[in-house]
Design a protein around this ligand. Structure first.
Ligand code: GRF
Length: 220
């Protein structure tokens, strides 16, 4: 189907969020399609997922570039030549600088496995368990040059249960990630959710409630 928004998905690892986006894009009424997957890690399982879905992918190893600016320039070139309009970070383990973000201004999304602004950076689920929080979750946000600091679009909460280890909590959060990311992509690419003056604005409509925190334990 033509006229769909072209996504570039940046990955470094397993790519289960990439899979959720690929699955959503496989539905004929979804407003976006994955035009290119870029991995900075050659062994990332996400590359297998792209191949299986018949989506072009490329490896750009950041280590092969002399500077972050050179790496990001190459990244922009690949995405632009694939016609990418929106960029989704999906487990991409590099910070992006102002040059990259300036090119895709207001059109870069990230998903993070915590209820931001709590627990930025690596091992968010472990940090949550160590602090003893009773509610954890995930956040989809616009990307700015900081670490998990951009304007928040949507969050989903899950309970932290007695006896949870990192793997159990990670799995519970991932389930929500896979629901939330495609929903946000749909809403931003159709203009229901917009970034205005550094704030997230959402048009009224039936989807708006889906962007909010749910009570942990509430049925999905
Ligand atoms: C997810 O938990 C995501 O929130 C974080 O990195 C993880 C990536 O997992 N940014 P996957 O590669 O999508 O399976």
């Amino acid at each position: 189907m033509s006229g769909r928004t072209k996504l570039g998905v940046l990955v470094s690892g397993s790519g289960s969020n990439l899979q959720a986006l690929l699955d959503a894009c496989a539905k004929p009424d979804f407003p976006a399609e994955v035009a290119l997957v870029v991995s900075n890690v050659p062994t990332a399982f996400a590359l297998e997922r792209a191949k299986k879905a018949g989506v072009p992918s490329v490896v750009l190893e950041h280590k092969a570039f002399g500077s972050r600016a050179d790496f990001e320039k190459a990244l922009v070139e690949k995405l632009v030549s694939a016609g990418v309009e929106w960029v989704c970070l999906a487990g991409f383990m590099r910070l992006l600088g102002v040059d990259f973000l300036g090119h895709f201004a207001g059109r870069v999304l990230n998903i993070h496995p915590s209820l931001l602004p709590a627990f930025t950076g690596l091992h968010a689920q472990r940090q949550a368990l160590e602090r003893g929080v009773k509610v954890a979750g995930c956040t989809v946000h616009f990307v700015d040059p900081g670490m998990d600091t951009g304007p928040i679009i949507a969050q989903a909460a899950v309970p932290v249960l007695p006896g949870d280890d990192e793997a159990a909590l990670t799995a519970r959060i991932l389930k929500e990630e896979h629901r939330l990311y495609p929903l946000v992509v749909k809403l931003v690419t159709t203009g229901v959710v917009r970034l205005e003056g550094g704030r997230v604005v959402t048009s009224a409509g039936p989807a708006v409630g889906e962007l909010s925190l749910r009570n942990p334990g509430e049925p999905g």
